[in-house]
Design a protein around this ligand. Structure first.
Ligand code: NDP
Length: 319
């Protein structure tokens, strides 16, 4: 909506994140809504003046005294750190960011990691360390089966990009999905079949009471011998001790891990030293202010006008 054709936005927006750039978010929000006041949680403010919260992992008790809060925006796609909180004001909707640029950034990471395995790059990295010209004929992409668990905003995008590379892509979700070029499966009854087909397993599920610990030892053992695991979702979806054991025993050939049961991954954790493990510090994708501010602004306007926001999180479902 054009600024001149809409009513002024009431109240202020409060920002909290230890990871994201406040100034960039404030400027991006004000570029969309010039009359929106944005304050950092550490700056002086009147809690009663706060109508919108743009937050990532705000401390406990954060919402106390914000009696006029109308909208909580989770500064990211994963909402597991907010839906279970006990200090949430009742009835205030929580939304999350589902931004195509965030999905593209995530797909870039997943493509890099999956193609690294599909093209046997870890094998050549090891050969290079030995100073050895170790020819291994490339596999055709169709011969490599990649299973993507979670076909939401991020998972479906990544699955399509993997398929565009000619890889043989399977997908798995809670409810049935229909994505061209992807063999889609749904529900717990099909999980074991999907796992048993996966040369590369990509975990893109939200962390909910249903998915916590989903990839336990028994399920990880269902992966074909030598399979690789890519986890860009949440560490607690996977039994990390079992994963470590299976990487050590060679049942799993490799893992690319962006997320862990405990973050930062503690010094001395055996995963750090494993040659078949690639570790990145939870940054597979991030929300980009200039790109995501528009949808947040639209929701600010919607709730200002008494309309329900879009991208609302279903707290009962957990995602
Ligand atoms: P969505 O909510 O859009 O999609 C979730 C998908 O998982 C859906 O396909 C859903 O099924 C499926 N799912 C949920 N519960 C189950 C279940 N019990 N059994 C089977 N399938 C299930 O999430 P996004 O794609 O936006 O994000 C996925 C996750 O990625 C986030 O929750 C977050 O944890 C993580 N993430 C990680 C980042 C990083 O930097 N490492 C950055 C951003 C996100 P259905 O289609 O039936 O609803």
């Amino acid at each position: 909506m054009h600024a001149s054709s809409r009513p002024a936005v009431s109240g202020a927006m409060i920002f909290y994140s230890d990871f994201d750039d406040y100034t960039a978010w404030r400027d991006a929000m004000q570029a969309c809504l010039p009359d929106l006041r944005v304050v950092h949680a550490n700056d002086a403010h009147d809690p009663a003046d706060i109508h919108y919260a743009l937050i990532w992992k705000a401390p406990s008790g954060f919402f106390n005294r914000m009696k006029n809060l109308r909208l909580i925006v989770n500064l990211g796609a994963g909402v597991d750190s907010i839906v279970g909180r006990e200090d949430l004001p009742a009835e205030v909707p929580i939304t999350r960011i589902t931004d195509p640029n965030m999905a593209r950034m995530m797909a870039g990471y997943v493509l890099f990691a999956a193609l690294r395995y599909a093209r046997d790059i870890p094998y050549f990295e090891a050969a290079q360390r030995r100073g050895e010209w170790a020819y291994r004929h490339p596999r055709s992409p169709e011969a490599v089966r990649v299973a993507v668990l979670g076909l939401g905003e991020l998972g479906a995008y990544a699955a399509r990009e993997l398929s565009r590379q000619g890889l043989n892509v399977l997908g798995w979700s809670r409810s049935p999905r229909n994505i061209e070029g992807i063999e889609c499966h749904a529900g717990m009854a099909s999980l074991d079949t999907v796992l048993s087909c996966a040369d590369i397993l990509v975990v893109m599920l939200p962390l909910t009471p249903q998915t916590r610990g989903l990839l336990n030892r028994e399920r990880l053992q269902r992966l074909p011998r030598g399979a690789a695991l890519i986890n860009v979702a949440r560490g607690a979806l996977v039994d990390q001790a079992a994963l470590t054991d299976l990487l050590r025993s060679g049942h799993l050939g490799g893992a690319t891990l962006d997320v862990f049961e405990r973050e930062p991954l503690p010094p001395g954790d055996p995963l750090w030293a494993m040659e078949n493990v690639l570790i990145t510090p939870h940054l597979a994708s991030v929300a980009i202010p200039a790109s995501a501010a528009g949808q947040i602004a639209d929701n600010v306007l919607r709730v200002s006008q008494g309309l329900p926001p879009v991208n609302r999180v279903d707290a009962a479902r957990g995602y």
